[in-house]
Design a protein around this ligand. Structure first.
Ligand code: S3P
Length: 731
């Protein structure tokens, strides 16, 4: 990128920039500048090969440099600008690494009158407690955030070069305005440093300090780690950003006061609520952080193998969502066993915590939900973020339409592209006030309409359990009866669980009716294993010669067993053993043994009963003798991805003759080759292509697999234990 890169201040940060630039080959030469008293440090930098040369005068240091990075503490930037001013060049780009941007910009204004348009303020959010060039490393910025805070007149070429430079050093670059940067950093970095310094200062000055520190283990060490940072630098940062920090200190004082009062008043419930909220909010931040930082997860699958042994796959996703919803609205305490601890169900759990419900767990898949009653939810402080989960968004839209407060539902990129008119239109017909985008997608802005909803008699245009459930939940708050008719049977967990919670629902043929007359009484729920997760193993064992698997405690609700029926029609050998009822839902162990499959025309009436299993059923079809035809499955086009297109594309890459149609696919069974396929962020596609590896003739690489965590985080470990050679790579 550059012929000459000049680093002003070759300490931990400056030295690490030089090392990263050298590793990536970003500049032919790298030079450093420092004050005469920094000579020894600069000598060290040169000796370590961090820089090629150094200067104690700024003029020769920056002469001919394409890029100058100011990597000195914020308090010294003013003097650096003053030194640079007489040598400022139009053909050089300048940037800095100061952790407060308002002060840097103000300094530049003071020195130059107007901030030069070739100066790009930036801040890498990376560091270490140690300082000095000896501590510099070449990967300090890899997968770390870097914020650029351009001004309106910042030159775009300079901006792009700085962004490019940092991205090549491995940073994840974002742009924001100066004030926002300073507000965010005050909360996420400066305040925590102040609290750590303050706590150590307070405890250190107590008489019994030596005793306290002798016993200070885990928590104290973790919490105060950042108090080992450079005190001069942090003093300067705090002054530079004091306008943002002071109001936060005030808020902190109020929060501590609140906790003190709760302790004085023995209010354990409220204290628990604060801690539980903080606990899950932290997890959410970490997930979000990891989601942003983890560029991708790739499954590398070696061809061949077979599945053997016994396994219990995680809890049913649909039932897990509903257990939180109904448990929260019930009177009394609900205990849930077998809850699916995966991102989708956790999104629902978080939404109800955000609406004031106290939920303990999950611990080993167990939850305790302290129900607040049908009218006990509280307005959430923020939008409810539902990640990738269509079930959460569609069911909640119905439930929230009948509340007395407003709410906003948001989701990730995939969920924000999925059709919501299927719920907003019938809800509007009931009198709900929900605004979506023009295309009918999230975010959904719901105006609470307590007491205003009218019952409806709705004939669903598509077979959707989510739409049915959404309207039934709205019907619990509507005047008169709400009745939903489905064109084909869809999963009936909502109806069954409502009955389990003693709420009256009337089922007559393809029609379900509910009214607002009734209340939910807490009930214990035992969530069986998810047949949609078991499906990967049912297919895997059916296609891999020599396989013999026992899948324990799988939910076999007849509205979900289409996958067993379809596989059996193809010749699969699946036995249903030990059938029994648990909490109103049929459960069994499934024994599956390899058996050669034959292509079939999939009966259309089985489509809604196997709607989530088609990605892996397409793999079964690819391994079957002859042709398999699916039709009447246009719903697959609006799942987490367009599952018809994405599966056809991937199968073709693997050498399978798979022709997509408007509402299904035609697959000619034959050998499966290897290749690189992408799941398009769709969990079930990622898992389906992994299973294809069992019959592949060469390795399969499946890209974009992070979303397997939405439904089946244990997949990669379990499938390996049972016999597939899968390696999960993160980058
Ligand atoms: C679900 C219903 C189905 C299914 C989804 C879960 C539910 O969606 O695909 O994974 O829990 O109600 P549709 O209602 O859109 O068919």
């Amino acid at each position: 990128m550059f012929d000459r890169l000049c680093i002003i201040g070759v300490g931990l940060i400056g030295g690490s920039i030089a090392r990263a630039a050298r590793l990536q080959g970003l500049s032919k030469s790298i030079v450093g500048y420092g004050r005469p008293q920094d000579r020894q440090n600069l000598e060290t930098a040169k000796r370590l090969g961090v820089i090629d040369d150094y200067y104690l005068q700024i003029g020769p240091a920056v002469l001919g440099a394409d890029c100058v990075v100011i990597a000195t503490p914020v308090a010294s930037i003013e003097s650096i600008f003053a030194l640079l001013k007489p040598h400022w060049s139009e053909r050089t780009i300048y940037t800095d690494v100061g952790s407060t941007k308002g002060s840097v910009v103000a300094t530049a204004e003071r020195v130059f009158g107007v901030v030069p348009d070739n100066f790009v303020p930036a801040h890498p959010i990376a560091g270490a407690e140690q300082s000095g060039v000896e501590a510099a490393v070449d990967d300090l910025f890899v997968h770390k955030r870097l914020i650029i805070t351009p001004l309106s007149h910042t030159r775009t070429d300079a901006l792009h070069q700085v962004q490019d430079f940092w991205e090549r050093c491995g940073s994840v670059v974002s742009k924001m305005d100066v004030q926002r940067h300073d507000a965010i950093l005050a909360a996420t970095s400066h305040l925590p440093h102040i609290l750590a310094f303050a706590l150590v200062d307070m405890l250190g000055h107590q008489d019994e300090q030596s005793e306290i520190f002798n016993y200070a283990a885990g928590g104290f060490r973790d919490f105060t780690r950042i108090a080992s940072s450079d005190p001069t630098m942090w003093r300067d940062i705090c002054f530079a950003n004091k306008n943002e920090i002071i109001p936060l200190l005030q808020q902190t004082r109020e929060q501590l006061g609140k906790i003190q009062r709760l302790l004085e008043q023995d209010d354990s419930q409220q204290l628990f609520a604060i801690f539980a909220y903080a606990n899950t909010a932290r997890q959410r931040f970490l997930n979000q952080f990891e989601g942003n930082m983890t560029k991708s997860i790739t499954f590398q699958v070696q061809p061949g193998g077979l599945l053997q042994g016994e396994a219990r796959v995680p809890g049913d996703k649909s039932m897990s969502h509903r257990s939180i919803m109904l448990g929260s609205l019930a009177e009394g305490v609900t205990h849930v066993k077998g809850f699916l601890v995966a991102e989708d169900a956790l999104a629902t759990l978080q939404a109800f915590r955000d609406m004031g419900v106290e939920i303990e767990g999950p611990v080993d898949g167990c939850l305790t939900i302290h129900g607040v009653g049908k009218h006990g939810l509280k307005a959430p402080q923020n939008e409810l973020y539902l990640g990738n989960s269509g079930t959460s968004m569609r069911l909640l839209s119905g439930l929230l339409a009948g509340q007395s407060f407003n709410s906003v539902l948001t989701g990730d990129k995939s969920l924000s592209g999925r059709p919501m008119k299927r719920v907003t239109e019938p809800l509007a017909a009931m009198g709900a006030d929900i605004k979506a985008s023009e295309k009918g997608t999230a975010p959904l802005y719901i105006t609470g309409n307590a007491g205003q909803l009218q019952g409806i008699d709705y004939v669903m245009p598509m077979a959707s359990a989510q739409v049915k459930s959404c309207l039934l939940l709205a019907g619990m708050y509507a005047d008169g009866a709400t009745s939903v008719t489905e064109p084909a049977p869809t999963r009936d967990h909502t109806e069954r669980m409502l009955s389990g919670f003693s709420y009256p629902v009337k089922k007559q043929g393809s029609n379900v009716t509910i009214t607002a007359e009734g209340q939910l009484t807490a009930a214990d729920i035992d969530v069986p294993s998810d047949i949609s997760s078991a499906a990967f193993f049912l297919v895997g064992a059916s296609i891999a010669p020599g396989s013999d698997l026992l899948l324990k405690h799988v939910g076999i609700n007849p509205t979900r067993t289409g996958v067993i029926d379809i596989l059996r029609l193809m010749g699969a050998n699946i036995e249903v053993l030990n059938e029994h009822i648990v909490g109103g839902e049929p459960v069994a162990d499934l024994h599956v043994v390899y058996s050669p499959l034959t292509g079939i025309d999939i009966p259309e009436e089985l489509v809604p009963l196997a709607i989530d299993e088609f990605p892996v059923l397409f793999v079964a079809a690819a391994c079957a003798k002859g042709q398999t035809r699916l039709s009447g499955a246009e719903e697959l086009r609006v799942k987490e991805s367009d599952r018809i297109q994405v599966m056809a594309d991937g199968l073709q890459i693997l050498g399978v003759d798979a022709q997509p149609t408007e509402d299904g696919m035609v697959i000619q069974g034959g050998p499966i080759g290897g290749g690189v396929v992408t799941s398009h962020g769709d969990h079930r596609i990622a898992m389906a292509f992994s299973i294809a590896g069992l019959r592949a003739t060469a390795p399969i690489t499946v890209l974009d697999c992070a979303n397997v965590n939405t439904s089946f985080p244990e997949f990669k470990d379990l499938v390996k234990r049972l016999g597939l050679a899968l390696v999960c790579e993160e980058s």
